[in-house]
Ligand binder design. Structure first.
Ligand code: 4AD
Ligand code: MG
Length: 430
């Protein structure tokens, strides 16, 4: 007999088929039993009738527990009221394993309990929907760059130096030398872009962030395009076109999962490029006009980002930040030395920064001065300076945190549900 996934079960109308999965729920009324089976692609209702399946099999059905693993066979018939529009008339089943006292029951559980059982919590409908949307976002991101002549080039995880400030570095030991887990692949991405023209790197990144917020992870995944012969304006165009493409894909392919999460899809469908652009300085004016005292030169925190993003119903691109608060590699604005050609994309609905990027400093002398001023060890950056010695060109890029985007797309209150096994301040298990 054919084995089929639940999502494709409709093909077998009026035919027998086998389905493998786990017990989601069972219920009985007299001599009729109902079995809800999940297989990761959907939920199938099975009808178990005592007179048809036999007394001993019906007794076995009664002993089934939540999350027991099964192989079930039977005829598929249409039923409007069943999940997915079809149900199975169960002819037989065999048990792989009877689950004992599954800890996650349909009742409400606290966050800590669910996080301790994250390895099991992942099986819930909402969590599966989030995992699938995360996958779609990653696939769409890659498809976007792949179809625009970008080459995927990997960057190292173990690195000899900091790239995004020394306060969030994870230190480890590398055969007697100090090594750090990558906070970003960007500096290597720049080298790759000088080889391939347009590259993107995509991998895990690490920040020893001492802050416990709803949008900070210690380990997160970042996609980072880096583009040769590109300025700040073109960089912003790449970012908005990429986001537009990803959102369209998610809405098209993951409508059911968004519905499971009760996400307002109309909001996502409205997101079309171009996105509004606003300078940091204009943001400071906005904040002060709204009575939120904010001094030019400070970094935006979550409250400021939330306020700014709430002024628009699309992502907004904030550009030209004070040089003092941004990384050493960002190019100064030739028209105003106090600011750098950096940009952040803030997501609407109060989600704040999902993308950070910049046009890079391409001039050897200027970059060297920045490295020295920041007190960074020059020896470690000689190779990076080489990129400005041998055919330096204007170039730009950005990094998008996958989890931040998933959080917004799924409208989740916290990033902990956007990644299968979150690493957060005070939590490394399971
Ligand atoms: O703004 P960031 O620090 O920029 C960079 O790392 C650049 N080198 C990227 C580049 O230009 N190639 O980080 C980029 C993005 C943020 O906008 C955010 O989405 C995400 O990475 N991010 C985090 N996500 C979850 N938890 C954290 N602790 C994050 N830190 C940054
Ligand atoms: Mg940033």
């Amino acid at each position: 007999m054919q084995t089929e996934l639940i999502k494709r079960i409709g093909k077998y109308e009026n035919r027998e088929v086998r389905v493998n999965g786990w017990v989601y729920n069972t219920r009985r009324s007299g001599k009729i039993g109902f079995l809800l089976l999940r297989d990761g692609t959907g939920i199938l209702q099975g009808v178990v009738i005592k007179n048809e399946i036999g007394e001993s099999k019906f007794e076995e059905f009664k002993r089934l527990t939540q999350e027991s693993s099964l192989s079930v066979t039977g005829k598929i018939v249409s039923n409007e009221r069943a999940p997915g529009g079809f149900e199975m008339q169960v002819a037989d089943f065999s048990v792989y394993q009877l689950s004992q006292d599954y800890p996650i029951t349909p009742k409400e559980h606290g966050t800590d309990f669910l996080m301790n059982n994250r390895h099991l919590w992942l099986r819930s409908r909402r969590q599966v929907a989030i995992l699938r949307i995360r996958h779609e976002i990653i696939k769409a991101t890659r498809d976007f760059f792949d179809s625009h002549d970008f080459t995927l080039v990997d960057t190292p995880i173990l690195t000899p130096n900091a790239a995004e400030g020394t306060t969030t570095l994870f230190e480890t030991e590398y055969f007697g030398e100090k090594a750090y887990l990558a906070q970003t692949g960007q500096l290597y991405g720049e080298a790759n872009a000088m080889a391939t023209g347009r590259q993107y790197n995509f991998g895990p990144t690490f920040r020893a962030e001492k802050s416990k917020t709803r949008r900070h992870l210690i380990e997160f995944w970042m996609v980072e395009p880096e583009i040769a012969f590109c300025d700040l304006e073109e960089n912003m165009q790449w970012a908005e076109r990429m986001l537009e493409f990803i959102l369209a894909r998610v809405v098209e392919n993951r409508r059911d999962d968004l519905a499971t999460l009760e996400r307002d899809v109309a909001m996502l469908e409205r997101i079309r490029a171009p996105f509004p652009r606003i300078s940091y300085t204009e943001c400071v004016d906005l904040l002060n006009r709204a009575g939120k005292k904010f001094t030019w030169g400070q970094d935006f925190g979550a409250p400021e980002e939330t306020f700014i993003s709430e002024q628009f119903n699309k992502p907004v691109m904030v550009h030209r930040f004070p040089a003092e608060i941004k990384a050493f590699y960002m190019k100064r604005d030739p028209e105003n030395e106090k600011v750098v050609l950096g940009m952040d994309v803030l997501a609407p609905e109060g989600y704040g920064e999902i993308i950070g990027g910049a046009e890079r400093e391409a001039d050897y002398e200027t970059l060297l001065k920045r490295i020295e001023k920041e007190g960074l060890p020059r020896e470690d950056f000689e190779w990076y300076l080489d990129l400005r010695r041998y055919g330096s060109v204007p170039h730009a890029g950005f990094g998008m945190g996958i989890e931040r985007l998933v959080a917004w797309v799924c409208k989740l209150p916290h990033v902990r549900e956007t990644i299968p096994f979150p690493r957060m301040l005070g939590r490394m298990t399971p």
